[in-house]
Design a protein around this ligand. Structure first.
Ligand SMILES: NC(=O)c1ccc[n+]([C@@H]2O[C@H](COP(=O)([O-])OP(=O)(O)OC[C@H]3O[C@@H](n4cnc5c(N)ncnc54)[C@H](O)[C@@H]3O)[C@@H](O)[C@H]2O)c1
Length: 245
């Protein structure tokens, strides 16, 4: 297989870094973008890839980035944040106890705008070429409630609806859009003490490698609109589509 051009947003840490390393190890040309320049540049240097600063909340930065690139073969729209910086066990982010407009805008900006702008600027080139894959890092919070961070839940449900709604039109033009939906993962987004709390509820915490496997499945299967669920102790599975009528 010839080397593909791969993009990973939020590629300096956690799931994005693992996805970037994986595709680079397979011999592909990987570009990572992030706002953490130190970690991003160090990681790209480690695997011989490219790092570019790109705040996914900025339509202008997306426009400048996309106009300087040939179309990518595979795009991972992965950058994401939790409202109170911690994905689990931070009830202070509840809108009715302490609504913080800036934190709300940041979460929706990164998790929703970051996906919508990314597709708006990168999909036209892929559509013109008639090929490519876009995989969005959604979440179990795209499917189930996440009471400790309702804003995060809102953002991940929004992204899920966007993927399902847009995927058929992109599919007709040769581009596959799908999502991966991991349970809690061992990344800096879930500090170790919170991971311990999660384990106390009887569920294990995923490794980034398990999420990489789901990302690989999404690219291999090319199922438009699919949501690939990664749950501890269970095989990776595709979320059933509701049947109407
Ligand atoms: N860790 C989990 O339990 C978990 C579970 C399900 C889904 N997710 C999702 O996985 C994705 C990756 O999260 P992670 O767990 O690897 O977290 P992480 O914090 O390790 O990585 C997120 C990366 O996004 C970057 N980022 C933050 N704001 C940005 C911005 N404005 N522009 C560009 N990059 C920005 C960060 O600098 C960081 O490198 C997110 O979308 C997250 O919602 C995580």
């Amino acid at each position: 297989m010839s080397a593909s051009r791969i993009l990973v947003t939020g590629g300096a840490s956690g799931i994005g870094a693992a996805i970037a390393r994986h595709w680079s190890n397979l011999g592909h040309n990987v570009t990572i973008t992030d706002v953490n320049d130190t970690a991003g540049a160090a990681l790209a240097a480690e695997f011989g890839g490219t790092y570019t600063r790109l705040d996914v909340r900025s339509d202008d930065e997306w426009r400048a980035f996309a106009s300087a690139q040939e179309p990518f073969d595979v795009v991972f729209l992965n950058a994401g944040v939790a409202t109170g910086d911690l994905i689990f066990g931070n009830p202070d982010t509840s809108p009715f106890t302490s609504f913080d407009v800036a934190a709300y805008r940041r979460t929706v900006g990164v998790n929703v705008d970051g996906v919508v702008f990314g597709i708006a600027h990168l999909a036209p080139g892929m559509v013109a070429r008639g090929s490519g894959d876009i995989v969005v890092t959604a979440s179990m919070a795209s499917i189930y409630p996440i009471p400790p961070d309702p804003i995060y839940g809102l953002s991940k449900h929004a992204v899920s609806g966007f993927v399902k709604s847009l995927a058929p039109a992109l599919h007709e033009r040769g581009v596959c859009l799908s999502a991966i939906c991991p349970f809690f993962v061992d990344t800096p987004l879930v500090p170790k003490e919170q991971q311990a709390q999660i384990r106390e509820t009887g569920f294990d915490v995923l490794t980034v490698d398990q999420v990489v496997e789901a990302a690989q499945m999404a690219v291999a299967e090319r199922a438009p609109g699919a949501h690939w669920v990664v749950f501890p102790g269970a095989p990776i599975s595709r979320l059933p589509e509701p049947t109407l009528g």
